[in-house]
Design a protein around this ligand. Structure first.
Ligand code: CDP
Length: 209
């Protein structure tokens, strides 16, 4: 069983890179951020406390995201849910419930898991740990293209979420010990994917020899 952990801030390219790395390696892809988004969506729809719904949900956090069997891939990316997810993710009870679910999933096979705390908290023994980053303006530019939104608005909102993610008391965003920090600012997508796949090959080679 091999686990590849890819953490980093919004817009660093985690999701696209993690998906492609998973495809190249034939591993299963886990989008842990989608799980926080699902909790935010379910709590909003039900008018319930996120911590109360977190333990009751069945979430499949792959390329397509299923919440209790319903396809919510696009819905959870709405701006209101994005903002709510960032607040939900600061709740330690929500984190505990989702980390538990994530660990159970990761115990079954080969995974590429992406998020904020995969290598620091969820899977500190991951075979490969990558911290993907890029400068804030570049991250906002990429996100603005993706969302069809205004770049300066995205940059301002991103700064708020970055600040919340990196200063929160529980599981703040930071590179884990033993992680490879990869700044993607000047790199093409395929170069980033090649480097991560290369790290996985090297880690597996080291185990075999
Ligand atoms: O890609 P983007 O930053 O837009 O968001 P995401 O990765 O889908 O994550 C949604 C929210 O969940 C963010 O505000 C993260 O802070 C939070 N999150 C987290 O706390 N821990 C994770 N392992 C993944 C996401």
């Amino acid at each position: 069983m091999t686990i590849v952990a890819i953490d980093g801030p919004a817009g660093a390219g985690k999701s696209t890179v993690a998906r492609e790395v998973a495809r190249r390696l034939g591993f299963t892809y886990m989008n842990s951020g989608a799980m926080y988004r699902c909790v935010a969506l379910a709590a909003t729809e039900r008018g319930a406390e996120p911590r109360d719904v977190a333990t009751t949900l069945a979430i499949e956090p792959g390329e397509q995201v299923l919440l209790d069997g319903r396809e919510v891939t696009a819905l959870i990316r709405e701006p209101a849910i994005t903002e709510a997810a960032s607040r939900v993710a600061a709740d330690p009870s929500v984190r505990a419930a989702l980390v538990d679910m994530q660990r159970q999933m990761l115990a079954t096979g080969d995974w590429v898991a992406e998020g904020r705390d995969i290598a620091t908290v969820v899977a500190p023994d991951a075979d490969v740990k990558v911290f993907l980053t890029a400068d804030p303006a570049e991250r906002a530019r990429r996100r603005a293209v993706e969302l069809g939104a205004d770049r300066s608005t995205v940059l301002a909102e991103q700064a708020i979420r970055d600040e919340r993610d990196s200063t929160r008391e529980h599981s703040p965003l930071k590179p884990a010990p033993g992680s490879v920090v990869l700044d993607t600012t000047g790199l093409r997508f395929d170069e980033v994917v090649d480097r991560v796949v290369g790290l996985v090959d090297r880690a597996r080679g080291a185990v075999e020899h």
